[in-house]
Write a protein that binds this ligand. Structure first.
Ligand SMILES: [Zn+2]
Length: 272
């Protein structure tokens, strides 16, 4: 999965430090597209020596490699580099580059969404001690936001409930959705499966979790069993496809970046 970068390791502890020429510099445009080298097989980012007069804020490290974010709204370009959406780069094969880009995107999106104080409207400033934005006027502090969401493998004997979304990613998926205020993760599982497919579930059991910066999520994977016949009543506003598919007929996604794909794979290969 995207976060499985062993033997490399992500260090996301906050440190207030300055960028050096050798550090990686992540640059996003106003639409959240990332600046990477054109026509390269792998993801090649800018480095500290490419930084203009804007500030760069430290994001995280992978092993000894430090990643920074350019902090400024003015347009920025570099010859040989172009802006690509996070979806465009998702299937690039580049070790942990996609994980770094997704995680950088998550933080960029949070900084971009939090320029002004929600209480008093004053400009927010970077906090020097922790990963937070601080209002110099009223003292309001805003921390990075991570949205909990579930991915659900609903099984019925030797079949798994596969879906395809009406918008966005075109490959097979599983039922998924955001946790709403006031419910547990298990309740999210039961509600999302019911809303999207009309199926009641039982034996809800945790599988694994995954950070998914593209949607600012922490995804929590569960398997569960359909109650009764498992007759599907699909929500046509959200899905364009929902079917029971036998283990051997499950068609996987093009790579194993996503928790969804791993869950389809372990079911297909009878590991669960
Ligand atoms: Zn304020």
């Amino acid at each position: 999965m995207i976060q499985d970068i062993y033997p490399s390791k992500l260090n996301n502890s906050f440190v207030n430090c300055d960028i050096s020429d050798a550090d990686f510099l992540l640059v996003f445009d106003n639409e959240g597209r990332i600046l990477i080298k054109d026509n390269a097989d792998e993801l090649i980012f800018l480095t500290g020596k490419d930084l203009d007069e804007n500030k760069a804020v430290y994001l995280f490290s992978i092993d000894e490699t430090r990643y920074f974010l350019r902090f400024g709204d003015e347009a920025f370009s570099k010859e040989g580099f172009g802006y690509y959406s996070i979806r465009d780069i998702r299937d690039k094969d580049s070790g942990y580059g996609v994980f770094a880009a997704f995680t950088g995107y998550h933080l960029w999106k949070w900084y971009d969404d939090n320029k002004f104080c929600g209480k008093c409207g004053h400009h927010l400033e970077l906090d020097g001690k922790e990963r937070a934005m601080r209002c110099p006027e009223c003292g309001n502090i805003i921390y990075p936001r991570i949205n909990p969401a579930v991915i659900v493998g609903v099984t019925k004997g030797d079949s798994l409930l596969l879906t395809r979304y009406r918008r966005g990613y075109g490959h097979n998926a599983l039922v998924a959705g955001f946790t709403e205020i006031g419910e547990t993760l298990e309740e999210t599982v039961a509600r999302e499966v019911m809303e999207e497919t009309g199926i009641s579930v039982k034996n809800i059991r945790y599988y694994k979790s995954q950070p998914w910066g593209m949607a600012q999520d922490i995804l929590v994977g569960f398997f569960c069993d359909a109650e009764g016949e498992g007759e599907i009543h699909m929500d046509e506003n959200e899905l364009k496809y929902a079917e029971w598919v036998k283990r051997e007929d499950i068609e996987l996604q093009p790579n194993n970046l996503s928790l969804t794909n791993e869950m389809m794979k372990v079911f297909k290969e009878r590991i669960v």
